[in-house]
Write a protein that binds this ligand. Structure first.
Ligand code: AMP
Ligand code: MG
Length: 467
């Protein structure tokens, strides 16, 4: 089978695409393959499992390392780029649009700085399971096509088995891509990059409309993250896409007990990327995107700034609409429910209630059996009062069941599956994937996947960045 990949990105902005070859993998071993996704991309799963393995680790043809910059924890780095990743090119999806085929862990590139260019099996399986769970939850995200073990040893705190993740995205354009282009001072490059983004994501848009759409997409994305308790963990500007897809599953995790200050990332000491900070951070990142795009908005700088501010000002409205609308849907009610929502979040927080379990158990409560939901609270009078108010609005139990997942990638189960997978046993990962890729509706035998982690696990759980 010969695969024809296009080079849309490399043609549009050759200055930002360094042609590069993946490190040779003499004995690739397939760990997990996303057959439905492969088919959507016109790739034959049987071929990928056999003769196509060299293709999946980038050993058939060179790719490009993409240049980008980024604000990491608020500090600007003018040159980040794909240090251990390669864009192999674009494939045409069954829906007729292009998709990037991108590798992570494919060896050092000119952007590697001090890094070894490699990735370990555990973190690549983690990206696979989390991204596929997010996709199943209906949240825009990069997808995972495959994880292939390389046989190489990756030296972290301990020696770890190496892997390459093949991932798929509607593009890998980031806020940081625009910061990079702007930073070169070459307005023609900036314009070509923006034209490429428009052609790829919003054909026919003006530059200002492109920005407005990115503002709307990211506002909605963050609201949707929060509606399922997702904490990205490292919302640097190089990890926020123009498409509004979730990207770079490093130290991300799902919140269990509702608490807006929740942080799992071991490197996020100040809580910059805490659950409840995510909208503010997204808006901050979008302001950086606006700065990068300014010369394209208007020739007159004051005029450009005022257009940018006006567009940025729509963020809050987009976020609130998605967040409040989403919560209303989770409760299965319509109309003005602001006081009810506010009181609920206060109760969830004060009682350390598992966010996912509560909303899922509301379906039974809407049908008359409130006990499963109320038993999550210590303040029984408080929750009884709240449930009575909510029931008086006539919640739609079926709707509650449809929008609230039962199975999310619980942190303790993810860790368990990755540890087993790294040791060669993929069974736990396959079972976890089965649960989280069909997240709605209880299935007998999967109770284990619906339960929160034991207290002592959650209290000390930390995640580590893209290592
Ligand atoms: P991340 O934290 O994964 O978003 O990565 C931030 C930057 O570090 C990007 O430019 C990555 O390409 C680079 N990077 C991360 N890990 C490695 C590694 N092991 N080798 C080379 N570059 C890396
Ligand atoms: Mg990144």
């Amino acid at each position: 089978m010969s695969i024809s990949l296009s080079s849309d990105f490399a043609r549009a902005v050759p200055e930002m695409a360094v042609s590069w070859e993946a490190v040779p993998v003499p004995e690739p071993v397939l760990l997990v393959l996303n057959e439905p996704l492969a088919k959507e991309l016109g790739l034959d799963p049987a071929w990928l499992r056999s003769d196509g393995l060299p293709f999946l680790v980038g050993n058939e043809a060179p790719g490009v390392a993409q240049a980008y910059a980024g604000h990491q924890f608020g500090g600007y780095s003018p040159r980040l780029g794909d240090g251990r990743a390669l864009l192999l090119g674009e494939l045409t999806h069954a829906d007729g649009t292009l998709r990037d085929l991108h590798l992570k862990g494919s060896g050092r590139t000119p952007f590697a700085r001090g890094g070894d260019g490699l990735a370990a099996v555990g973190p690549m399986l983690r990206e696979y399971v989390l991204s596929e769970a997010m996709h199943a939850l209906g949240i825009p995200t990069t997808r995972s096509l495959a994880v292939v073990a390389t046989g190489a040893v990756v030296h972290r705190e301990l020696p770890l088995p190496g892997a390459v993740l093949a991932r798929v995205a509607s593009s890998h354009l980031r806020v940081g891509s625009f910061q990079y282009a702007r930073n070169t001072g070459d307005h023609d490059l900036l314009r070509r990059l923006a034209d490429h983004a428009i052609a790829r994501h919003h054909p026919g848009s003006t530059y200002l409309e492109l920005f407005e759409r990115v503002v709307a997409a990211q506002a909605e994305l963050v609201a949707r993250w929060m509606l399922v308790g997702f904490i990205h963990g490292v919302m640097n500007t190089d990890n926020m896409t123009i498409s509004g897809e979730t990207i770079d599953y490093g130290p991300c995790a799902f919140m269990e007990a509702y608490d807006p200050t929740t942080v799992y990332s071991s490197i996020d000491h100040g809580g910059r990327y805490a659950y409840g900070n995510q909208p503010i951070v997204a808006e901050w990142n979008l302001a950086r995107l606006a700065e990068a795009l300014l010369p394209l908005f208007a020739d007159d700088e004051d005029r450009a700034v005022s257009l940018a501010l006006e567009a940025l000002g729509t963020f809050d409205g987009h976020f609130e609409r998605a967040w409040i609308g989403g919560l209303r849907a989770k409760l299965g009610v319509t109309g003005d429910v602001q006081p009810l929502l506010k009181d609920l979040l206060t109760l969830l927080h004060a009682n350390h209630v598992d966010f996912t379990s509560f909303f899922h158990r509301l379906a039974a409560a809407a049908r008359g059996d409130a006990e499963p939901a109320r038993s999550l609270f210590l303040d029984l009078a408080g929750i009884d009062d709240w449930i009575a108010r909510w029931r008086s609005l006539g919640p739609d139990a079926d709707a509650v069941e449809r929008v609230n997942p039962v199975y999310i990638p619980r942190n303790h189960l993810v860790e368990e599956a990755l540890a087993a997978g790294s040791a060669g046993d993929l069974g736990p990962l396959e079972r976890l994937l089965d649960a989280v890729t069909s997240p709605y509706g209880e299935r007998p035998g999967l109770e284990h996947f619906a339960a929160p982690a034991p207290q002592d696990f959650s209290a000390t759980y930390r995640t580590f960045c893209g290592t």
